[in-house]
Design a protein around this ligand. Structure first.
Ligand code: AMP
Ligand code: GLY
Length: 428
């Protein structure tokens, strides 16, 4: 098969890495890919949002399978366009992807179908949002969220009324996230442990991936602002077998089934961000794609052929064969530019990546990197993802951090406590 991976992050590098190991993969393209994917296949300088040109490329090159990493092309309808041209592509169509694209839609959907989530109100004007905040219906802290796609940054946990007002101001008035802020959600603040629950679905049946835990906050001890994710470990220490079954039966399967009933057949990767509250798991958000950085440890643990499983899903038979995983844990530490998730400088010279990648058991996935001549420079907020999979979580993290020590660039920031103190509890 000729396979095209769309996207340029460490998630896409990890997917490309796994796909390139499949005996079914004859030639791999990444659009646009990054310096890491260059050694696995051919990078094609196409923008993931340029659906027409991507479809033209897939047609001209006779691509047999396209796998989409980021949410944006899915929300723009890349799957609809490819399917119109009879090109095989793995991901939800525009209608199904709305589950991530609009948080208001997702909330209304969950409410209609009794899928557990935080209580909320939606507002389409700043005065209405402020009225909801003042009404006292939600005690502080409360959460204010932009409705649309904001790269994980449109969510504000507000401890006092002035902070909530400020969130409304930034989202709706200053339009920091553009059109994504035309509507906001005000919602109840949930407490508990957070887990990412990710599954492949053919629209009817659901095939869960191994559990994984993201570390969203910028700083050690879960302090500082939320980011796209600063590291991840798999399995999650908080999702035991019973809880896993509860999430499948009470959340994942009803979500896919109800979407189908509403005429939004969802084929692709369904990702539930969950809070494990005292009253059971509740949905924080849906994503319509693989997680980043969650995919990196998951791909390290996957023993089966990803191309076969995606092909099964495209043939409406995602459960056709078993999915095998190594029993070993895996982890990932993200190296970010100083200033991320706010403004940061680019073009810092990165040193030591080859040395780290040469360490036995260490895998380095690229994200925001750029090649200038033979120099590797920073080109994004999250720059590299250093990963490993060893006998125990402690060994895994030691191995990863020994790789991290060898890498440096000006302003480099990473968390030193990914996976720390999280034990070795049994989970799927
Ligand atoms: P979201 O993009 O909706 O998943 O929100 C991003 C992050 O904000 C989540 O991963 C949580 O850490 C936090 N968050 C979102 N909604 C809530 C909530 N209702 N209660 C507590 N934390 C939340
Ligand atoms: N790591 C969070 C996400 O992929 O949405």
């Amino acid at each position: 098969m000729q396979i095209l991976v769309i996207g340029s992050g460490a998630r896409e590098h990890a997917l490309a890495w796994k796909i390139s190991q499949s005996p079914l993969c004859r030639k791999l393209y990444c659009a646009p890919g990054n310096p890491g994917t260059m050694s696995l296949g051919e990078n094609v300088p196409l923008n993931p949002a340029d659906i027409e040109r991507l479809a033209d490329f897939a047609q001209t090159k006779r691509i047999d399978l396209t796998v989409v990493g980021p949410e944006m092309p899915l929300a723009l309808g890349i799957v609809d366009e490819f399917e119109k041209r009879r090109l095989r592509i793995f991901g939800p169509n525009k209608k199904a992807a709305e589950i991530e694209e609009s948080k208001v839609f997702a909330k209304q959907f969950m409410t209609r179908h009794n899928i557990p989530t935080a209580r909320y109100r939606a507002a389409s004007s700043p005065p209405r949002a402020r009225e909801i905040i003042k009404s006292g219906e939600f005690s502080f802290p409360l959460v204010v969220k932009a409705d649309g796609l904001a790269a994980g940054k449109g969510v504000f946990i507000c401890r006092a009324p002035d902070k909530a007002d400020e969130a409304v101001q930034r989202i709706m008035v200053e339009k920091e996230f553009g059109d994504a802020g035309a509507r906001v959600l005000v919602e109840e603040f949930l407490t508990g442990k957070e887990v990412s629950f990710i599954a492949l679905t053919d629209g009817i049946k659901v095939r869960p991936l191994v559990s994984v835990m993201d570390h969203k906050a910028l700083l050690d001890g879960d302090q500082g602002p939320n980011t796209g994710g600063m590291g991840a470990i798999s399995p999650s220490p908080f999702l035991d077998k019973n809880l896993f079954a509860e999430v499948m039966d009470g959340i994942l399967i009803p979500t896919v089934t109800r979407l189908l009933e509403e005429g939004r057949k969802f084929r692709g990767v369904i990702y539930c961000g969950l809070m494990l509250t005292e009253k059971g798991p509740k949905v924080l958000e849906y994503n319509c794609r693989f997680g980043d950085p969650e995919t990196q440890p998951q791909m390290l643990r996957l023993k089966s052929d990803l191309v076969e499983i995606i092909s099964d899903a495209l043939e409406d038979n995602v459960l056709a064969r078993g999915m095998e995983w190594t029993g070993r844990p895996a982890g990932c530490v993200v190296l970010a530019s100083g200033g991320y998730p706010g403004a940061y400088e680019k073009k810092k010279w990165i040193q030591g990546v080859d040395d780290a990648a040469r360490l036995s058991g260490v895998t380095v996935f690229h994200a925001g990197t750029k090649l200038e001549g033979d120099r590797l420079l920073t080109g994004g907020g999250r720059v590299l993802a250093v990963c490993a999979s060893e006998e125990t979580l402690a060994d895994t993290m030691r191995r990863i951090y020994s790789g991290v020590q060898l890498i440096s660039f000006e302003g480099m920031h990473y968390r030193k406590d990914i996976g720390a103190g999280l034990g070795e509890k049994e989970s799927p």
